[in-house]
Design a protein around this ligand. Structure first.
Ligand code: AMP
Length: 296
């Protein structure tokens, strides 16, 4: 449920906007005053992973805008959209204490026209969406590009911050910026993990304590695999890692792809590229978790 931002504003020094017009004119004013603007798009239910992006943005800009918007057009699974965690009050408190200048928290109805809600937007990904998340979540990246390009047009920041946790998303955003001609510097930020190694995610809130322990095996296996990757073939490593994860009851690998980090195309040999990452999606019970690791 969305809390009314006008009500929320009473408790905060940070500006809170719910309409496109208000946030746009605020940022335009900042730019007229020669303020460097940083932007962090999120879907809320904020954790330390999001906050690391925010802290970097606060350190590198005069003004920081964070959006909290659970974008319906990027959910191919409506049930997933329904259960996605939301907590605007707690998010606002975290953002204010992190030194954020303005929060943009629209509702779907104020953000999108009815046509946009039906996702008529179409983007040519030049194949970047044909693998991994794009393959298993049809339409997902189309919705991501729709929302991020619209947010970029509204906010028009100097710098925008994205996590390497969503590795394919970051590659697609960089491609989108080039293709659409945005004059925005994209900053990639490292994955923040729990002490157990589990990558922080808003979806972790849907896991029980036992499931969290179980899910920490994902990173343990990935990390271990970096110590011997050069002694195996790519295919052998993939098979071994999937087996090692699925040995744990309750973990099911959806995909594990070892790809060239720039093209996202699968590699068959370690010599195929100088920059190789392994991207994985694992179901822990019903909760879908993603992670990745760099091999070279
Ligand atoms: P989300 O709210 O899931 O859309 O994420 C908003 C931004 O935070 C995206 O750029 C994510 O990649 C980033 N992010 C989410 N989790 C982490 C994490 N554990 N470490 C670093 N960045 C993250």
């Amino acid at each position: 449920m969305y809390l009314c931002s006008r009500f929320l504003q009473l408790d905060f020094n940070m500006k809170i906007f719910s309409t496109i017009e208000d946030v746009k004119s605020f940022v335009q004013q900042q730019k007229l005053n020669n303020q460097k603007v940083g932007f962090v798009p999120t879907m809320g239910a904020l954790h330390k992973g999001h906050l690391s992006l925010v802290k970097t943005a606060v350190a590198e800009n005069d003004v920081v805008v964070v959006s909290v918007f659970v974008n319906p057009t990027q959910f191919n699974d409506k049930k997933d959209l329904e259960v996605y965690p939301r907590n605007l009050k707690a998010d606002s408190e975290l953002l204010e204490s992190a030194g954020v200048t303005a929060l943009f928290a629209p509702t779907p109805d104020t953000f999108y026209s009815p046509e946009e809600m039906n996702n008529t937007f179409q983007f040519d990904f030049n194949g970047l969406d044909a693998v991994m998340e794009g393959k298993f979540r049809p339409g997902h990246f189309n919705g991501v590009v729709q929302v991020v390009s619209k947010l970029f047009t509204i906010i028009n920041p100097d710098n925008a911050y994205f996590g390497e946790k969503d590795f394919q998303q970051l590659a697609i955003i960089r491609y989108m910026v080039k293709k659409m001609g945005f004059n925005i510097n994209i900053v990639g930020c490292p994955i923040v993990r729990e002490e157990s190694g589990l990558a922080l995610s808003s979806r972790n809130a849907l896991l029980s304590e036992d499931q969290k322990k179980l899910a920490s095996n994902i990173y343990a296996v990935l990390k271990e695999s970096t110590t011997f990757f050069h002694m195996t073939t790519v295919a052998e490593l993939k098979e071994a890692a999937i087996k090692a994860i699925e040995r744990h009851d309750g973990l099911k690998v959806e995909y594990f792809e070892i790809v060239d980090a720039n093209t996202l195309l699968p590699v068959t040999k370690w010599e195929d590229s100088d920059y190789i990452v392994g991207c994985i999606t694992v179901f822990c019970g019903k909760v879908r978790l993603i992670d990745n690791i760099r091999y070279k």
